[in-house]
Design a protein around this ligand. Structure first.
Ligand code: ATP
Ligand code: MG
Length: 367
C-alpha cells in the first residue's frame, strides 16, 4: 500500500509561506501531477514528502505510516530531479548500481536490477557508455533508471523533462505513462508546464501561492475550472476574460453585457446567474470555443460578435485570430481556411454551451 496522504501540511521559511495548509490524498498506484507557476511551492512539497525538508506543521503519511519523523532513506521513496546529476566518471551501469552498492545489496541482485531497469528503459545497449556519450533524453532515462532500481513504493519527480527539447519531451511523456503502467508505482510529478500536466496526470493538483486550487482529472479541470486562476493557467492560448455585468429582462432572460458586446445566456445556465444580476462578473471563453462563421454551422447555441482583426497567427492546422471588439481583446482559434486579414472585420462566433463566469471578488467560478 503506497498511498501518500498530506494533512494540513504547511511550510514556512521565516516569514515566507511556501506551502499553506495542503490536504491531498494520492492513491496507491496513482499518477498525480502537481502544477503551478514558479515559486508556488511544488518542489518544497516534494522535498517534504521525501524527507529532505522539515514540515512546519501538519502530517504526512505513506501507506498507513506517519512519516513526519522517519529518515529519508527509510521512506522507500525515490526522487528524480530536473538536473540528471549523473556521475560523469561512471558508466551508465555504475551510475544505476551506485546507490544499491552503498546500501550493501549483493552484487548479483544489483546486476539483475540494473539489467531489468535497462530493459524497461531501453538502455540495455548503453550500459557501457559514459554520460557524456549520451543524448539528453538518454541521460534522463538513466536518471529514471537510478530511481527504478531502488524499487521504491513512491516516485517523486521534479520537472524531470524540462531540460529536454520539445520533441524529446513528447517522447518521454509517452514513455513515462508506459513506465507508470509497468511499475505499478505511485508517482507524484511536478511541473509548471500545463501541457505536461494535462497529458500525464490521472489527476492534476493545481497550486498557487502554496495553496491547492483544484484537484481533479485533467479534463474536469479543463472543462470546469474552480476559479479564474485555474481557468487561465490551464489551456493555451489562455482563456479570454472579459469584465461586464449580468442583466435580467422582464421576460426572465439573463444576459451578459460589456463594453463591446452583449449576448443572452442560454436559459439553463442563466438560472445559475440569478444571484449576480446587476453585479459585475468576469466572462470567460476559451479560444477554441470562438469560431469563424463558415465553420460554426454545427453550433446550436451561439452568438455572433463583430470584431476588427488585430493580427493572426497561421499555425497550419488552425489559425489564431487576435481581434478587438470595442475595448475588449479576444483570441479565437478558427479554421485554417479562415484567413482573417489584419484591419478587416471578422465575425466571431461564441459557442454558448462553453461559457464561464467568475465572481470578480472571490475569483470563484459561478458557471
Ligand atoms: N530554503 C529556502 N529558504 C527560503 N525560502 C525558500 C527556500 N526554498 C524555497 N523557498 C521559497 O518558497 C517558495 C516555494 O519554492 P519552491 O521551490 O517550492 O517553488 P516551485 O513551485 O518549485 O517553483 P519552480 O517552478 O520555480 O521550481 C518560493 O517563494 C521560494 O522562494
Ligand atoms: Mg521547483
Amino acid at each position: 500500500m503506497a498511498r501518500v496522504l498530506l494533512e494540513n501540511v504547511c511550510k514556512y521559511f521565516d516569514d515566507v509561506v511556501a506551502v499553506k495548509d495542503v490536504n491531498l490524498e494520492i492513491k496507491d498506484k496513482e499518477f498525480v501531477v502537481m502544477v503551478g507557476p514558479s515559486g508556488c511551492g511544488k518542489t518544497t512539497t516534494l522535498r517534504m514528502i521525501a524527507g529532505l525538508e522539515e514540515i512546519s506543521s501538519g502530517k504526512i503519511q505513506i501507506g498507513d505510516q506517519l512519516i513526519n519523523d522517519v529518515a529519508p532513506k527509510d521512506r522507500n521513496i525515490a526522487m528524480v530531479f530536473q538536473s540528471y546529476a549523473l556521475y560523469p566518471h561512471m558508466k551508465v551501469y555504475d551510475n544505476m548500481a551506485f546507490g544499491l552498492k552503498l546500501s550493501g545489496i549483493p552484487k548479483k541482485e544489483i546486476d539483475q536490477r540494473v539489467r531489468e531497469a535497462g530493459d524497461i528503459l531501453e538502455l540495455a545497449n548503453l550500459l557501457d557508455r559514459y554520460p557524456k556519450q549520451l543524448s539528453g533524453g538518454q541521460r534522463q532515462r538513466v536518471a529514471l533508471g537510478r530511481a527504478i532500481v531502488r524499487n521504491p513504493k513512491v516516485f517523486l519527480m521534479d520537472e524531470p523533462l524540462s531540460n529536454l527539447d520539445a520533441k524529446l519531451r513528447v517522447q518521454m511523456r509517452a514513455e513515462l505513462q508506459r513506465l507508470h503502467k509497468k511499475l505499478e508505482a505511485t508517482i507524484i510529478y511536478v511541473t509548471h508546464d500545463q501541457t505536461e500536466a494535462m497529458t500525464l496526470g490521472q489527476r492534476i493538483a493545481v497550486i498557487l501561492n502554496g495553496e491547492l486550487q483544484q484537484v481533479e482529472a485533467p479534463l474536469n479541470v479543463y472543462d470546469r475550472p474552480a476559479n479564474r486562476f485555474v481557468a487561465g493557467f490551464i489551456g493555451s492560448p489562455p482563456m479570454n476574460f472579459v469584465r461586464g455585468t449580468i442583466a435580467k429582462s422582464p421576460a426572465g432572460v439573463y444576459s451578459f453585457e460589456c463594453d463591446g458586446f452583449k449576448f443572452d445566456v442560454p436559459a439553463d445556465l442563466g438560472q445559475l446567474l440569478a444571484a449576480h444580476v446587476g453585479k459585475p462578473v468576469v466572462f470567460g471563453l476559451r479560444p477554441e470555443d470562438i469560431w469563424d462563421v463558415p465553420s460554426s454551422g454545427w453550433i446550436e447555441q451561439k452568438t455572433i460578435v463583430e470584431s476588427k482583426v488585430d493580427f493572426r497567427e497561421l499555425m497550419g492546422s488552425e489559425t489564431y485570430v487576435y481581434a478587438k471588439v470595442g475595448s475588449v481583446s479576444l483570441t479565437g482559434r478558427v479554421g485554417a481556411m479562415a484567413d482573417p486579414q489584419p484591419g478587416s472585420n471578422f465575425g466571431l462566433v461564441f459557442n454558448l454551451r462553453k461559457i464561464h463566469f467568475f465572481d470578480p471578488e472571490t475569483q470563484k467560478a459561478i458557471i
